[in-house]
Design a protein around this ligand. Structure first.
Ligand code: NAP
Length: 266
């Protein structure tokens, strides 16, 4: 299916690896020019090399999205280079510390909100005026199954993703009149560096292999995944490209799960 995305400009946050990089590659395959950002310079450079294969323009900007000045620089540099941003994928996120509700400090709650929620609010505020000039835009927020089906072991993460789901719906109501459509994509247990690090930590703690840690996680922590396996990065990226396209022109304010059936509610 031709998604008609040729020459659009997409900003994908946290696209040096994991789901963000997969989304950037999928959009590049469709002919989008790509802006990526992250903190680690070496991983960003590797991602640029991977994206260069697709014959589109690629801009990478080192940015810590918890710092508003660095977001300003990201948007300024992007606008200077392309003069437009058509698609914003708010993907950068963290699971925070593996602590229980009673162990987490107020500062740890604040820190996870800085990236998972406040950076998205700031990015949207700065990108929307650019999209309004063309009266066309797509904003896709990468949430999580935890936003709808909270995991008791990840209290602060759950709450940030619930907030992001609400923000999406709110923004869809505010921005629809400008032709800007806003949707959420909610993955579960996708094999990325983030998940691999988490499993490695569990394997080290329990003296088991990473494969056993993955099997235990599926059995004990994600028993609702009907497909009984982890998802792949590529399995999330295609839906994001579709939502970014003209084909999705009557879709806004929705939350799409890519979770192998994990969220138990209808
Ligand atoms: N993997 C899953 O199973 C899963 C499930 C549900 C939801 N999600 C969501 O999907 C998104 C991506 O997850 P992932 O698994 O692909 O994670 P990942 O492999 O850890 O990749 C995260 C990306 O975000 C960047 N990033 C992190 N902190 C940043 C900051 N302060 N400023 C700018 N960039 C930052 C990272 O680069 P640097 O570290 O170099 O900055 C990296 O490019 C997250 O929002 C996550 O909550 C993932």
């Amino acid at each position: 299916m031709d998604l008609n995305l040729k020459n659009k400009v997409a900003l994908v946050t946290g696209a040096s690896k994991g789901i963000g990089k997969g989304i950037a590659i999928e959009l590049a395959k469709e002919g989008c020019n790509i802006i990526i950002c992250a903190r680690d310079k070496a991983e960003l450079s590797q991602a640029v090399m991977d994206l260069d294969k697709f014959n589109v323009e690629v801009l990478s900007v080192i940015a810590d999205l918890t710092d508003e000045q660095q977001i300003d620089n990201l948007i300024h540099t992007s606008h200077e280079r392309f003069g437009r941003i058509d698609i914003l994928v708010n993907n950068a996120g963290t699971i925070g510390e593996p602590l229980s509700f009673m162990e987490l400090s107020t500062d740890q709650w604040r820190n996870i909100f800085e990236l998972n929620v406040f950076s998205v609010v700031t990015l949207v505020r700065k990108v929307v005026p650019i999209m309004q000039q063309k009266q066309w835009g797509r904003i896709i927020n990468i949430s999580s199954e935890n936003g709808e089906q909270p995991d008791p072991d990840m209290p602060h993460y759950n709450v940030t993703k619930g907030a992001l789901n609400n923000l999406t719906k709110t923004l869809s109501k505010v921005l629809g009149k400008d032709g800007i459509l806003v949707n959420t994509v909610s993955p579960a247990f996708i094999k990325t560096p983030l998940v691999e690090n988490m499993l490695k930590g569990q394997a080290d703690n329990q003296g088991i292999s990473e494969k056993e840690a993955e099997e235990n996680f599926l059995k004990n922590k994600r028993p609702n995944i009907v497909l009984e396996r982890a998802g792949e990065i590529e399995e999330t990226a295609g839906l994001v490209a579709f939502l970014a396209s003209e084909k999705a022109s009557f879709i806004t304010g929705s939350n799409f799960r890519i979770d192998g059936g994990s969220v138990a509610s209808i």
